[in-house]
Structure formats: C-alpha cells, structure tokens
Ligand binder design. Structure first.
Ligand SMILES: Cc1ncc(COP(=O)(O)O)c(C=O)c1O
Length: 419
C-alpha cells in the first residue's frame, strides 16, 4: 500500500497531508441554507420542525427538540429531570467535559465510575456500587459512537428509582441489540459540531419518549415560553438555546444523507483495520458484541504501554498527519482536579486510555492513498517511540483508602481525605 506521489510534495510544503477531520458539505446543503437565507425566515421557522422530525423518526422516539449545542441538550435534560443541588449523578470520567459539566450547571454532584478497558464506556459492573441514597441519575456516554448497553442501564435505573440520560452526542445512528442510541433512556442528547457524523455547524438535539420532559425542554430552550407561544410570556426560567433555521437546513440535508454517510464511515473504518492490524503495539478500536450498527464518529487507536504516544503524535504532526489525544479524562482537567482534588491514579483505566489513545484522520472524503500514508507514518513513528521505562497504572491499581475502587464523588470535602 504505497502512498501516492503527490503526498510527498504536499508534506514538504508543510500543508497538512491528511487533516484530522472535515465536514462533508455538498451542493445540496449549500442550496438548502441559501433557500433559507432567501426566505427571510432565519429563526423560529418551519425547517426546525422538519429537521426534528427526521431525528425523531431515525431514533424511534416520541420527541426531538433541536437546540444550539449538544451541551445545551444535556443541560436541558438535567433540568427537565429535576436534578438539582447536591443530587449525585453517576457518570464517566472518560468523555468530553460537557457530559459532567451539565450536572454541575445545576449544582449536582458528578460521581465518576471507571470505564471498560476495551471500549472506554462506563463499566456497568461498577454502577451498583456507586449508588447512594443521594443518587438521582446515571449519564452514560456512547464513547466514539460505541453504544452503551442501555437496556441494562435502564433495568438498573428502574430498579433503583433513578433517571438515565444517554449522552449519545457521538453516536447518532448507532444501535445496540436493535435499539437506536438515544431511544431507551429518559432522554438523550446528540451533537452536531463539524467533527460529528453529521453537522449543523454548531447544534444539538434532545430526544425523549416522555411528553412532560419534551414540553419542559421545548419551553426552556426558548426562554421558558409556554407551549401556546404567547408573545413574551415566560412561564419558567429558560435559556436561549434555540437552533436557527440556517443550522436546521444544513442538518436536514445531512440527516437525509445519514445512511450514505454512515456507510462511507464504516468502509473507512474497515480500510483502517486492514492497514493497522499488523502494526505492533497498535490496537484498533473493537466493536463490542451486541452492536447491531456502529456509527463511527472518530477512529481512535490504543497504543501499547511501551509506546510513547505523545512522541508518536508529534512525529505524525510534523509530517502533516492530523491526530489528537482522545480524551484527557475529565477528573484530571484543571477545573475538576483543582476543585475536587482528583489525582492521577483515581481512575486508572480511563487514565491509561487517555494516555495511550490516538485519534487518526477520519472524515468522509479521506482517500485510500491518504490512509496508506497514515498507516505507513504511524508504523514508523511507533517503531521509533518505544519507552525504556514507563509508569503505567494497571486495572486494580487504585489509590489506597477507597472503599469503592474506581468510583469517586466530586465534592470539595474529598480534598482533605485524599491529601
Ligand atoms: C460525549 C460528548 N458529550 C457532549 C458534547 C457536547 O456537544 P457540543 O460541543 O455540541 O456542545 C460532545 C461534543 O463534542 C461530546 O463528544
């Protein structure tokens, strides 16, 4: 699998040979946005409802409510489900920060539970032990598009009187045992930043089967106005989380193309698998048993512990290959570590994934020649980046003094006991 001759020239000119991601915008999307511009109705118009209907039908839910970001979608659900001050919400440290921040916006308390080493999804085997009398909800995340086993989550939530919000921001179109991501929880959030499977530029959607939750979310996205939409009558505290007609028009065409887009992304994931599986020290992303449809958001490999991931990343970047670490665990982000005294070792599995993961270029229009180039450069970089000694946390090696290994509550009081 040789790289195409043109790629070498581009590298010398320091233009990215292969970017990390890129939106797939066709003339259809452009026409749809221009049509809205010409219509003069730029907000609170008909296209929002059309976009919402496509998402609702696709996820098989009763309601879809379009908003201006995935974070807004999560925040609305937290509020609509009545999660408030001091309520504990169980979630994962291995995610984009919004999945925990949405709890803090309402002065709730994120309780982190470590993750499965293979998928990076929250370890369902530890959920039960994380439940206390203060627990109100669970927010699992479908990491990189890999679905969480939501039937199991919902069975536990129902048995213990808890609510569940699925952070499906990375998983539009994925299915687990035939159930679309977002369809089983009390509410779910999707996100449409340009690195997602489909984009609206910025945007998100809430889906839910609960009429009351839907009504609250619709109202709160629009400054707390009531269903009757009486001009400037605000029934409750709300926000401006509205999506514009321009964003919805883009999203509508992207939704209509979703099957074509997901098929292309599956094909690319297969191409990667074929090229990377024999590179020593590179583990390609698994698709867990029970996944009946995988919607690939990003393509993240794990490097073995002997390989210095950051050195690999630097070498790739120098050669024009877009790549990123995915994710730095939430508990080690300054705004969590400082406030709650989290430290390395609190969640060893999430930390190991965070330290050894590498997102490779992944977008609909990537070519086989570009993939050849990525595979070749990745192999070279891995061979040249072996550590002589490494400090590696292994599963089971948790900080001492914890009665619930791999589980920690985000409360400032924890600082005293952990010092
Ligand atoms: C898992 C997860 N949750 C939440 C979000 C937040 O979405 P947004 O960036 O649209 O606010 C993202 C987006 O990157 C995400 O990946």
């Amino acid at each position: 699998m040789s790289s195409s001759p043109g790629l070498g020239d581009t590298m010398r000119n320091r233009v990215p040979v292969v970017p990390l991601s890129g939106a797939d915008i066709t003339e259809r999307e452009i026409d749809a946005v221009v049509t809205v511009l010409r219509s003069g109705v730029l907000s609170l118009g008909p296209v929002i409802a059309e976009f919402e209907e496509l998402v609702r039908a696709r996820t098989g839910t009763r309601h879809a409510i379009a908003v201006n970001s995935g974070t807004s979608a999560l925040h609305l659900l937290v509020r609509a489900l009545g999660i408030g001050e001091d309520d504990e919400v169980i979630t994962t440290p291995f995610s984009f920060i919004a999945s925990a921040n949405c709890i803090r916006y309402e002065r709730g308390v994120p309780v982190f539970v470590d993750v499965e080493p293979e998928t990076g999804n929250i370890d369902l085997g530890r959920l039960e032990a994380a439940i206390t009398p203060r627990t109100r909800a669970i927010i699992p995340v479908d990491v990189f598009g890999q679905p969480v086993a939501m039937r199991a989550v919902m069975a536990l939530a129902r048995a213990r009187g808890l609510k569940a919000i699925e952070d499906a921001c990375e998983a539009l179109g994925s299915e687990f045992e035939g159930a679309p991501c977002g369809s089983l929880a009390d509410g779910a959030a999707f996100a449409f930043y340009p690195n997602k499977q489909i984009t609206t530029g910025e945007g998100g959607v809430v889906v839910t089967n609960d009429d009351h939750v839907a009504e609250l979310c619709r109202s709160m996205r629009n400054q707390g106005r009531g269903e009757a939409g009486i001009w400037l009558c605000h029934e409750r505290l709300g926000f401006n989380y509205r999506m514009s007609e321009l964003h919805a028009a883009l999203g509508k065409v992207q939704m209509q193309r979703l099957d074509e887009i997901l098929a292309r992304r599956s094909l690319i994931a297969g191409w990667y698998e074929a090229r990377l599986r024999d590179i020593a020290g590179v583990m390609t992303p698994p698709v867990r048993p029970g996944v009946t449809r995988m919607s690939w958001q990003v393509y993240v490999v794990q490097l073995s512990d002997e390989i210095d991931r950051d050195a690999v990343m630097q070498q790739l970047a120098e050669q024009g290959i877009g790549c990123r670490p995915y994710f730095t665990p939430i508990h080690l982000q300054p705004c969590y570590a400082q406030e709650y005294c989290y430290r390395p070792g609190d969640f060893p599995i999430a930390e190991r994934l965070g330290r050894q993961s590498l997102a490779l270029p992944f977008f609909n229009r990537i070519t086989e020649a570009q993939l050849d180039c990525v595979a070749e450069k990745l192999g070279q970089a891995c061979r040249g980046s072996c550590r002589t000694r490494s400090r590696v946390f292994v599963p089971g090696e948790f900080r001492t003094g914890r009665d619930r290994p791999g589980i920690r509550v985000s409360r400032p009081a924890v600082c005293a006991e952990s010092s």
